[in-house]
Design a protein around this ligand. Structure first.
Ligand code: SF4
Length: 391
């Protein structure tokens, strides 16, 4: 990735406000500058017609510029992508992996720090547009000497075909097609959190008897279980299943495992209960979205994880689309949304994150490097977590 001194490259750029005028005047060499929070749909028509897009980051903690770059590359944008604004050398590798060609260094940036950062990493932890295998994937490959049951190749092929067929389909169509393709073998995974009402409402419109799997960790906020029951009742969901951890008292006698080893706590209270019912389903529908940031920025619609298809039904929805769905269908909100919780999990590991400049999931395991509980990681991750503890 190139490092540009801003002074060398400063020039008149088009913005979304005047891009129509600029493109009417000239068709070549147009550079478009957009804020990182710009929704992809606003750029979609212009991207093929501009030579360069400069994305301005207002805050280094705001991952939306990364999401935007990922989306542009995924949708085939082959022009030049540059980042500018509040970005840090620590983000250099991630910027590159999301598709940026260059960073326009600000006045206070130290070029040597950026150069060091670009050379410092030999392994990546999050998937990105460059397709480099993550540490998790490499570990999983190493640990999984036997192919997953159910025919990994067959599922991979099915997921690929469904991605191609339904890539531009609306959520209702995708859902209907999936239920037809895997009769009786589809379940929804729901935390009954801040955005959960949307996929659950969509499912209820098509097949309200679809099993809904709720991981009852015994660490949920007091508001979550009543909200679960309210949604189930209001939407007419007839098969909500609460999956509880086994032997939690023995494994976590003081009830503070979340504090001493959050990975193990998640393995005990989430990963293992889900793994226990996994053979019953070929497809799990998740509510994950690309705008959640971090490792979710490159989520496909259909993917295969350990011999099971995950359908990320709302992968390409924007925050505005989620909000609009809530409004249009007058869906009830989780009570904690009003208190500034934008993503809601277990109470010990969730805090409000009302700052719109932060990733939606910034309040989850805040202050630690943990960003996922493990239910969306290869089973080898949980196995290794347990082995690490045992050794
Ligand atoms: Fe435990 Fe926190 Fe994971 Fe919940 S989110 S299972 S409390 S570590």
């Amino acid at each position: 990735m190139q490092l540009l001194d801003r002074a060398e490259t400063e020039e008149g750029f088009a913005t979304l406000e005047d891009i129509d005028v600029v493109l009417a005047e000239r068709s070549n060499g147009v550079t478009l500058r957009v804020p990182g929070e710009t929704e992809f749909r606003l750029l979609e028509d212009y991207a093929p017609r501009v030579e360069r897009i400069v994305v301005t980051f207002k805050a280094f903690r705001d991952g939306r510029g990364l999401t935007l770059a990922t989306r542009l590359r995924e949708r085939g944008y082959t022009g030049r992508l540059e980042a500018e604004g509040d970005v840090l050398p620590d983000q250099a590798i991630h910027l590159s992996r999301c598709g940026f060609d260059a960073v326009r260094l600000g006045e206070t940036a130290v070029r040597a720090e950026w150069e060091r950062a670009l050379q410092a990493f030999s392994a990546v932890y999050q998937p990105a547009t460059d397709g480099a295998p993550t540490v998790w994937a490499l570990r999983a490959r190493r640990l999984q000497s036997v192919p997953p049951s159910g025919g990994g190749d067959t599922l991979e092929a099915k997921a690929k075909a469904l991605n191609e067929e339904l890539r531009d389909g609306d959520a209702a169509t995708i859902l209907k097609r999936t239920l037809e393709a895997f009769p009786g073998r589809v379940a929804v995974l729901s935390s009954f959190g801040a955005e959960a009402a949307v996929p659950l409402h969509l499912v209820a419109q098509t097949a309200p008897d679809t099993p809904v799997l709720f991981l009852d960790t015994d660490r949920h906020f007091g508001q979550t279980l009543p909200y679960r029951d309210e949604l189930a009742s209001r939407f007419g969901l007839t098969d909500v299943r609460s999956l509880k951890p086994e032997n939690a008292q023995a494994a976590d006698p003081k009830g503070d495992l979340w504090r001493t080893d959050a990975d193990l706590c998640c393995t005990l209270r989430k990963v293992k209960p889900l793994a226990a019912v996994k053979p019953q389903f070929d497809v799990l529908i998740t509510g994950r979205k690309r705008f959640h940031g971090a490792g979710r920025m490159r989520l496909p619609l259909f993917e295969v994880l350990d011999g099971q298809i995950r359908l990320n039904l709302l992968a390409n929805w924007s925050p505005a689309e989620v909000e609009a769905y809530f409004e249009t269908h007058a869906l009830p909100r989780h009570p904690l949304v009003q208190a500034g919780y934008r993503s809601i999990g277990c109470w010990p590991c969730t805090q409000p994150s009302a700052d719109a400049a932060e990733d939606v999931r910034a309040g989850r395991w805040a202050g630690s490097e943990k960003v996922e509980c493990g239910i969306h990681l290869p089973a080898a991750w949980a196995a290794e977590t347990e082995r690490r503890i045992a050794s």
